[in-house]
Design a binder for this molecule. Structure first.
Ligand code: GDU
Length: 336
């Protein structure tokens, strides 16, 4: 299939390119390198020997999109491009709505211009908000607590309405907590500045870049008091996109899928796994809870298994080991 990937130079996008090229799909990438680097794409090319086309530009630029779509004539779009920092979204709401919501609308319009009717969308488990029950299934009420989460929820609705109106296909993937890196240690996550997320922060403590991890609260109602999340290996997550592209090929309508493992781990369990993988001690200090954090998030991922034939295969040890391999081989990320 001819698959157009937006945000292909990002963390999840780049791992997905590797898996799509591995399945011999024809791939066109667009990215504006807002939070990524051209080096990512050259590493993906080396890794796969796969050929892909690339165009640099913004998903809000209708003229740019139209010309790329007309040239490539995609069968499907996998739409990753967007802003993703929860805290920043509360400070810059209009920017988040602009990129994540208006950008999604521009993509749908460009798809209309060439009659492309199938999209796989990068949504987030954060749309669920405070759990009414756990594990979350896809019918759990949606009540995001951040601007970021609301942009994902609104984009889901817009894509669903678009699919409904034109007999199209919308596969909406709600990711849990992506971690880890490709086994080659040539692509991985490289956050700019101080990492917000647990694993990149832990990796930087292990490598000596940061002194210690702050554990945000150990008084949650969990066995060891620290927050629990459903961490999913980014390579498993990338494979879920290949499954979603295949699913979209054979189906119409809108379908939501949780993409998680169904298993949660605490902050302390993640730190212990990382210490084991790296052979280094991670100094920790307990600080007050982070605003907006909840005790536990966990997916019911059975729909993805039954309907897309996808399930996570890689466990905690792989997540920790690959994060460490990536971090220790690329202490400055993609900077040479
Ligand atoms: O320095 C840190 C960073 C995190 N944590 C804790 O580690 C856990 C995971 O935190 P992350 O920031 O890594 O991930 P979140 O679950 O907060 O959020 C992530 O997963 C969500 C979906 O589950 C959304 O997708 C969101 O965008 C994404 O950042 C939480 O208990 C958090 O309190 C710490 O103790 N110290």
């Amino acid at each position: 299939m001819r698959v157009l990937v937006t945000g292909g130079a990002g963390y999840i996008g780049s791992h997905t390119l590797v898996e799509l090229l591995g399945q011999a799909h024809e791939v066109q990438v667009i990215d504006n390198f807002d939070n990524s680097s051209p080096e990512v794409l050259s590493r993906v090319r080396k890794l796969t020997n796969g050929d892909m086309s690339f165009a640099e530009g913004d998903v809000r630029d209708d003229g740019f999109l139209r010309s790329v779509f007309e040239d490539f004539q995609p069968d499907q779009v996998v739409h990753f491009a967007g802003l993703k920092a929860v805290g920043e979204s509360m400070e810059k709401p209009l920017e988040y709505y602009d990129v994540n919501v208006r950008g999604t609308m521009a993509i749908l319009r460009a798809m209309d211009s060439v009659g492309c009717r199938k999209i796989v969308f990068s949504s987030s488990a954060t749309v669920y908000g405070e759990p009414v029950y756990l594990p979350y299934d896809e019918d759990h009420p949606v009540a995001p607590e951040s601007v970021y989460g609301r942009t994902k929820m609104i984009a889901e609705h817009i894509i669903g309405d678009w699919a409904q109106a034109n007999g199209g296909t919308a596969v909406l993937l709600r990711y849990f907590n992506p971690v880890g890196a490709h086994s080659s240690a040539t692509i991985g996550e490289h956050p700019q500045g101080v990492p917000n997320n647990l694993m990149p922060f832990v990796a930087q403590v292990a490598s000596g870049k940061r002194e210690r991890l702050s554990i945000f609260g150990d008084d949650y109602d969990t066995p060891d008091g620290t927050g629990r999340r459903d961490y999913i290996h980014v390579v498993d997550l990338a494979c879920a996109h290949v499954a979603a592209v295949n699913y979209a090929h054979g189906n119409t309508g809108t379908r939501h899928f949780n993409v998680g493992t169904g298993q949660s781990y605490s902050v302390r369990e993640m730190v212990a796994a990382f210490e084991k993988a790296s052979g280094r001690e991670i100094p920790c200090v307990v600080t007050p809870r982070r605003k907006g954090d909840i005790a536990e998030m966990k997916a019911d991922a059975s729909r993805a298994k039954h309907e897309m034939g996808w399930e996570a295969k890689l466990g905690l040890a792989d997540m920790a080991a690959s994060t460490w391999e990536w971090q220790s081989n690329n202490p400055d990320g993609y900077e040479k």
